[in-house]
Design a protein around this ligand. Sequence first.
Ligand code: FES
Length: 356
Amino acid sequence: MNRIQVEPFGRGFDCADDETVLEGALRHGVLLRYGCKHGGCGTCTVRLVDGDVEEHGSSFALSPGDRAADLILACASIPLEPCVIDVEPSGLTEEEYLSGDRSRPHDTRVGAVRPLTGDIAAVSLDVVGDPIAFTAGQFVNVEIPGTELVRTFSLANAPSDGRRIDLIVKLYPDGAFSRFLREGAVAGLPVRVLGPYGRLRIHLSHRDVLMIAGGSGLAPLLSMLRDLADRDFDRPVTLFFGARTAGDLYLTDEIRRVGSRLRAFEFRPVLSESWPADWAGETGLVTDALSRWRPRLAHDVYLCGPPPMIDAAVPLLTAAGVRPRNVYFDAFTPATPMTRTAALDPIIDVMTSRAE
Ligand code: FES
């Protein structure tokens, strides 16, 4: 038995001799963030401040630089002696730590499905029973009725509204979830949802907030925006939203409505391919618009969109002086096949990571 001291909370739990740090935490009813539990996603990354651990199973989510910085994966580390860990790399709050693992199956029913653009739809699921408790920025795994498949989506609603699960779904001609939405998603149909998962979350600080969304990547940022409005956040917030044409932008009225509840909000839609003659927004790639805007040093930056957008934006931001540790992002890819069995031990097809 080894004691694990958890900083910066000054709390702790005991790990049995053959338990990983993550298993010990969950057994004691406290939470360390996790996703795959197999060393693959990096969600459970923490810093080993003192003590020693033995790596167990795979841990390919860590780079040599991570190891040099004393980062370990809680799901793949068995303590060899009493340890001190710092959970700051995982973005965990003390409130989440103490409330334990909130990831579990939720019964829902299809509420509404409505097209937002030619290839993006809004899906609203009504939660049956206890509300879902989540942090703005997190995602859920949705079982596709009538199949063994599961798809991963970020929540778009505010955590204060846990009786529903709002999703923004990219439609693919041959996608299993897209087919379900086209052919089977009638109102009232039961749908099982697992979660929440993921470590992307808003960091309330003295810094201004910059959000950058591309394509269907608005969902977690819209959830954060709604959460900030609920919290009466008093720092300036700027949202860049990139799309190809005006027809590919969506929920702009809702963005402005939520933004009007913030003390200082600026919405900067950006069109890259074509735009109406009377277009008053930005043109070019989001990164072009960012270069013109020139972010200042003191921003927390949140990005969600296609990997090329993230890859182009992050170096631009850091070159402009934003500190890498203040950059948080989701780079999403088209859904990869996942079965229900795997989803119970979720393999994440949304990579949530920090820029460093
Ligand atoms: Fe530990 Fe995925 S790497 S939960």
